[in-house]
Design a protein around this ligand. Structure first.
Ligand SMILES: N[C@@H](CCC(=O)N[C@@H](CS)C(=O)NCC(=O)O)C(=O)O
Length: 227
């Protein structure tokens, strides 16, 4: 299996952490798609993912699966140990809901802030920016942090008593927030405590090690696969 991604992207981090949780990293060939040069918006990549976003999973038969949630669900059915998307119908529903909420209320909002109210990926890639919208989304993300703080004050993990895809989605938000220097408010103690616990997980440490190793590929030109 191949994954098209960029080594330190917050969304790619979600799938890399899921793979590390499941011990599947060795089965993946990573294909770098350079976000900073806008490789993800060029026709060769748009043919792989209409949305022009990373990551994308390519199966050995050429089937393409984009969207972190969809990729994680595929991996969970492929190898259920450990399950990240729930066992029972109720668990599956709640994990999906909390993952979606993490995206809408936090991670995607930080992403919009980055692309619209900061230099983002630079003038060659950010062809349309709307600062006011970006700043609104920054405020939404901060409200999202308070929401997840309230959730985590009452349970150990985002979707209940077990680590799941929803924790990884909130972690994606924390990774992006840290990249754009959007601090977690001091009063969000439960969110901060949960984050500290997440950083200790071996999957997250494996991801951090991959990011450090990836610094070296940052200047690679377009990959052979995408020519
Ligand atoms: N909903 C998508 C979002 C993916 C996404 O936004 N990925 C970032 C990488 S960190 C990206 O490709 N951003 C490039 C852009 O929006 O120009 C998912 O969950 O996979």
């Amino acid at each position: 299996m191949k994954i098209y991604d960029w080594f330190d992207g917050p969304y790619p981090a979600r799938v890399r952490i899921a793979l590390a949780e499941k011990g599947l990293l060795s089965r993946i060939e990573f294909v770098p798609v350079n976000l900073w040069t806008g490789e993800h918006k060029k026709p060769a990549f748009l043919a792989i993912n209409y949305s022009g976003t990373l990551p994308v999973l390519e199966l050995d038969d050429g089937t393409l699966i984009a969207e972190c949630t969809a990729i994680t669900q595929y991996l969970d059915v492929l190898d259920g140990n450990p399950l990240l998307t729930g066992r029972t119908p109720a668990e599956k529903g709640i994990i999906h809901m909390m993952t979606k909420r993490a995206e809408i209320e936090f991670l995607d909002a930080v992403s919009t802030y980055f692309h619209h109210a900061t230099p983002g990926l630079g003038p060659d890639v950010e062809l349309y920016q709307n600062r006011e919208w970006g700043e609104r989304m920054r405020d939404k993300a901060v409200r999202g942090m308070h929401y997840f703080n309230g959730v985590l004050a009452n349970r150990p993990f985002v979707a209940g008593n077990e680590f799941s895809m929803a924790d990884i989605a909130v972690l994606g938000g924390m990774i992006f927030a840290s990249l754009v220097k959007l601090p977690v408010p001091d009063e969000c103690e439960a969110l901060r405590a949960w984050h500290a616990r997440m950083l200790e997980r071996s999957s997250v440490q494996e991801w951090r090690a991959m990011v450090e190793r990836g610094q070296g590929v940052k200047t690679l030109p377009i990959t052979a696969d995408l020519k």
